[in-house]
Ligand binder design. Structure first.
Ligand code: URA
Length: 440
């Protein structure tokens, strides 16, 4: 079967076989299929979709396109977590220590920020000395010692996704359910954990805007993971405002530490407890309510914070920054954004707020740019809050004096103020596991 035939059959609505998909993925990785043919098939998939059998075959072929991580040296239940990305999303920094405190093992590979979304690796690297480039042996020894370890994603994992994602990005084929699901799940399967918890976001700060689209994507990913022998659950969560108050690397680490001290923002705390409970539940440690109590208890008795501190020390970071986040270097400029009107905050354009944070230096537009760990935004008024003219909406932190005027204007433009309080949708819309969908 050659690539021309594979494209033609998909274009005409036929189901591809596992052999077709193997030809496609092998040819993507060894360079034998030109970009124009790969792109043509991606577009045919975008229009025709894929059956579940095709999507499963694509996921497994992608998973095995590079190295896979062998975690069998770790005793106990290994857990991985994935968020489809958002603004102010520092959940890994709180959920991983909670799960470790409850006896699970978290050998986690995370990414860097790109565009309007941040990345866990950049956040952790704001802690002086913290090393995110550990090899497998060292990662496993840190997990054995502390219960958790967070490292950067190895470039040897799922090379097919790198090739496909780069082409999807420039051919308007990112937003295809089978392509998104296979991209995310191939990486999770290759990373080796037995349990996988997913946070699938929808809303203005997410790449899916509709809640039911997010349910469909999550259900597909749960089925793909379960068919590959893993236990998977997903939460569908609303990202129509940044999560918590802090956006930006060291600001978010400080907020995660506050949360593990029991003093985090309400929305962030709710998500952290729900995701932790989900993982503990699929680990078989109790009913959902009991698991939520276990997660709360790990915060209350300080074990989760001690796990975070231990991981930071084991990865070369200075644990004094966990004991006292006030040690983090401050940006040279801190500038208030005043409210231009009186009323209720009715909308926050979350992606636009993420772009403001990037402009302040906290994020990057291209993969090789450096980030400024001290830059970002502290948000004082979130959706539903009543504000008076001139009251502080947020404080911008930056070392880029020339970015300030534009950032103040863009932040204010990202906020809508109305005379009536907005309806606020619940943070958690639904949860999905092998038993089906439960809508909140
Ligand atoms: N995240 C991924 O890793 N892949 C996608 O296709 C979309 C979001």
């Amino acid at each position: 079967m050659d690539m021309y035939d594979i494209i033609r059959r998909k274009r005409d609505g036929h189901e591809l076989t596992d052999d077709d998909i193997a030809v496609f993925i092998n040819g993507c990785c060894d360079g034998s299929i030109p970009d124009y043919q790969i792109s043509a098939l991606l577009m045919a998939i975008w229009f025709r979709g894929m059956t579940e059998a095709e999507t499963a075959a694509l996921t497994l072929r992608m998973e095995h396109s590079g190295e896979t991580v062998d975690l069998t040296d770790i005793d106990g239940l290994t857990v991985d977590k994935h968020s489809t990305g958002g603004v102010g999303d520092k959940t890994t920094l709180a959920v991983a220590p909670i799960l470790a405190a409850c006896g699970l093992k978290i050998p986690k590979m995370s990414g860097r920020g790109l565009g309007h979304t941040g990345g866990t690796i950049d956040k952790l690297e704001s802690i002086p000395g913290f090393d995110t480039a550990l090899g497998r042996e060292k990662m496993i020894s840190v997990v054995k010692e502390t219960g958790l370890c967070v490292v950067g994603q190895s470039s040897r994992l799922v090379p097919a996704d790198k090739k496909l994602y780069a082409l999807r990005d420039v051919t308007a084929t990112v937003d295809s359910m089978p392509l998104i699901a296979s991209s995310i799940m191939s990486k999770k399967l290759a990373a080796g954990a037995k349990l996988i918890v997913l946070d699938v976001k929808y809303g203005s700060g997410a790449f899916l805007t509709g809640a039911e689209d997010a349910v469909s994507l999550a259900s597909l990913m749960v089925r793909l993971g379960e068919a590959a022998g893993r236990r998977v659950s997903a939460l569908i969560t609303y990202m129509d405002e940044p999560l918590g108050r802090a956006v930006g690397n060291s600001l978010e680490v400080a907020e995660a530490v506050e949360t593990l001290r029991g003093k985090g923002p309400e929305d962030f705390m709710e998500l952290v407890i729900a995701l932790s409970a989900d993982a503990l539940y699929i680990a078989g440690l109790g009913g959902r309510g009991e698991c939520a109590d276990m997660a709360r208890c790990a915060i209350k008795d300080g074990t989760a914070l001690r796990r975070l501190r231990a991981m930071v020390a084991a990865q070369g970071g200075d644990p004094a920054y966990i004991d006292d986040p006030g040690l983090f270097g401050k940006a040279e400029f801190t500038v208030e954004v005043p409210s231009p009107a009186e009323g209720y905050i009715s909308e926050m354009d979350t992606a636009a707020i993420g772009r403001v944070s990037t402009a302040l230096g906290a994020g990057r537009l291209t993969a090789d740019e450096a980030v400024d760990h001290s830059a970002g935004i502290m948000i004082y008024k979130k959706k539903g809050a009543f504000v008076k003219v001139g009251e502080t909406l947020a404080v911008l932190h930056t070392n880029r004096e020339r970015a300030i005027a534009g950032a103040v204007r863009d932040y204010a433009d990202a906020i809508a103020i109305s005379q009536r309080p907005p309806e606020k949708a619940p943070l958690i819309y639904a949860s999905v596991d092998s038993g089906g969908v439960i809508r909140a």
